[in-house]
Design a protein around this ligand. Structure first.
Ligand code: PMP
Length: 410
C-alpha cells in the first residue's frame, strides 16, 4: 500500500504531520485524507493527545501486568457499547479480529467462518481471501497461505442475502460466525442495503452461529456507540481499533459475557500479546474518550465537514457532467470512477476505472491534496479539517477532473 503500486509513480514519503496536513519529504504541506487509514479523528499531533508523553513514560510504558487504568478503560468501552459485556485489549486490529474468530469457533465448537468480499479484517491467514483494502494486490490472498488455513472460510457477496444463502447451502450446521464490517470502509465506503444486516442476523440465529461486527474503523469514527448504534443491531462480538488509541497501537475485542468466558483463565482459549493493554496506549485511549465525551458537538461538526466535502464533489461532478455517486457517512467520504448509483459490493467496486483513479491521485497530489493510493480506500476527515481545507480540496478535484477530461482519461 505504502509503495503506491496501485497508482504508480514515486511513493509519498512523509516527515511530519500537523493537524489536517501531511508534511512530505519534499517539504510541501498536503491536506491529508489518509489520516493514517482511520486513526487520526483529531488530525495529526492534536495537543489534547500529543502532550505529556515524558510523564507517562516515566511511569513505565509496558508492565506485563494488568493495571487500574486498563480496567477503567475496559469499563468505559463496555459502557459506550452496550453489546459488549467483557473486553480484552490487543495492539492491532488484526489481533483483535483473529482472536474474536477463535473465541467464536470455541464457543460454538464449529469451524466455518463466513466473510464478505471487499471487507478487510487484518492480515492473518483466514482473513485475506476476497479481502478489500490493500489485500487485493497481486496474489496476496493466496501466496504463503496454505489451503488448510482457509478450508473453513467462506466468502459471500456483501449486501446479498441470496449469495450468503448460496455459500451457506449445506454448511450452516458447521457455521461458527458471520464476520463483517457493518459499514464497510475497505472497498471505499459501502453502506448496508435495507434488509441485509437483518438477513445476516437471521442466518446466524437460525444456524446457531454468532455475528461478529468488525468496528476497527467505525467505532468512535461514527460515534461513541459505533456503527452498531447507527444501524441499531447488537452483535455477539465486536472488534475495535484505530481511533481508540489516539495514534498509538491499541485495539480490542469483546462481546457477550457467556461468549467471552471461553477465554483463559476461565475457559481454555488462549490469546497473548506482550504489549496488549500497555499503560501508554491505554492512557491515550482514555484521552480519546475524554476528548470525545467533553465535546457534545463533535460528531455533528464532523458530519458537517463530511457533508461539505461530499456536496462540493457532487457539485463538481454535476458541473463536469460526470455521473459518479458520492457516498458519505459522518467524516467518511468516497466516490468511484464508475457511472451510476453507489457501489453495493466488491464486484461493483472493481468495475471502477483504476487508471482514472491513478491519474486523479497524482493530479490531486500535485495540487497539494493527499489521498490514499488505492481506489479501495476512502477519504477520512478529522476535526481539524477546516472549511477552507475542504473548499480547497473540492477546487483541486474540480480542476484535476477537468484536466483529466481534457486528456481523455475520464
Ligand atoms: N479491520 C478493519 C475493518 C480494518 O480496516 C483494519 C485495518 N485497516 C483491520 C481490521 C486491521 O487492523 P490493523 O491494521 O490494526 O491490524
Amino acid at each position: 500500500m505504502r509503495a503506491g503500486a496501485a497508482v504508480g509513480g514515486a511513493p509519498f514519503v512523509q516527515v511530519a504531520g500537523r493537524g489536517p496536513y501531511a508534511i512530505g519529504a519534499d517539504g510541501a504541506e498536503y491536506v491529508d485524507y489518509v489520516m493514517a487509514y482511520g486513526p487520526l479523528l483529531f488530525g495529526h499531533a492534536h495537543p489534547a493527545l500529543a502532550g505529556g508523553f515524558d510523564a507517562l513514560a516515566r511511569r513505565g510504558t509496558v508492565f506485563g501486568s494488568t493495571h487500574p487504568e486498563e480496567e477503567r478503560l475496559a469499563e468505559r468501552l463496555c459502557a459506550a457499547v452496550p453489546s459488549v459485556e467483557r473486553v480484552r485489549f490487543t495492539s492491532t486490529g488484526t489481533e483483535a479480529v483473529m482472536s474474536a474468530v477463535r473465541v467464536a469457533r470455541a464457543f460454538t465448537a464449529r469451524p466455518l467462518l463466513l466473510r464478505f468480499g471487499g471487507n478487510y479484517h487484518g492480515h492473518f491467514d483466514a482473513a485475506l481471501h476476497g479481502a478489500g483494502a490493500s489485500a487485493s494486490a497481486g496474489g496476496a490472498a493466496h501466496v504463503g497461505i496454505p489451503a488448510s488455513a482457509v478450508s473453513d472460510v467462506a466468502v459471500a457477496r456483501y449486501n446479498s442475502v441470496a449469495d450468503m444463502d448460496r455459500v451457506l447451502a449445506g454448511r450452516s450446521a458447521s457455521l461458527a460466525a458471520i464476520l463483517l464490517e457493518p459499514i464497510v470502509g475497505n472497498m471505499g465506503l459501502v453502506l448496508p442495503v435495507p434488509g441485509f444486516l437483518d438477513g445476516v442476523f437471521e442466518r446466524a440465529r437460525t444456524s446457531g452461529a454468532l455475528v461478529i461486527f468488525d468496528e476497527v474503523i467505525t467505532w468512535l469514527r461514527l460515534g461513541l456507540g459505533g456503527a452498531q448504534a447507527a444501524v441499531a443491531q447488537a452483535p455477539d462480538l465486536t472488534t475495535f481499533g484505530k481511533v481508540m488509541g489516539g495514534g498509538l497501537p491499541l485495539a480490542a475485542f469483546g462481546g457477550r459475557a457467556d461468549v467471552m468466558s471461553v477465554l483463559a483463565p476461565e475457559g481454555a482459549v488462549f490469546t497473548g500479546g506482550t504489549f496488549s493493554g500497555n499503560p501508554l496506549s491505554v492512557a491515550l485511549g482514555h484521552r480519546v474518550l475524554d476528548f470525545i465525551e467533553s465535546d457534545r458537538d463533535l460528531y455533528r461538526r464532523l458530519d458537517g465537514a463530511g457533508r461539505r466535502l461530499a456536496g462540493g464533489l457532487r457539485a463538481a461532478f454535476a458541473d463536469l457532467g460526470f455521473d459518479f455517486a458520492v457516498t458519505q457517512l459522518g467524516s467518511m467520504v468516497d466516490f468511484k470512477f464508475r457511472r451510476g448509483p453507489a457501489v453495493r459490493n466488491y464486484d461493483e467496486a472493481r468495475e471502477a476505472d483504476g487508471q482514472a483513479f491513478a491519474a486523479y491521485y497524482h493530479a490531486m497530489r500535485e495540487r497539494g491534496i493527499l489521498l490514499a493510493p488505492s481506489a479501495n480506500e476512502l477519504m477520512f476527515l478529522s476535526t481539524e479539517h477546516a472549511d477552507a481545507d475542504i473548499d480547497r480540496t473540492v477546487a483541486a478535484a474540480h480542476d484535476s477532473l477537468r484536466a483529466l477530461r481534457r486528456e481523455g482519461i475520464v
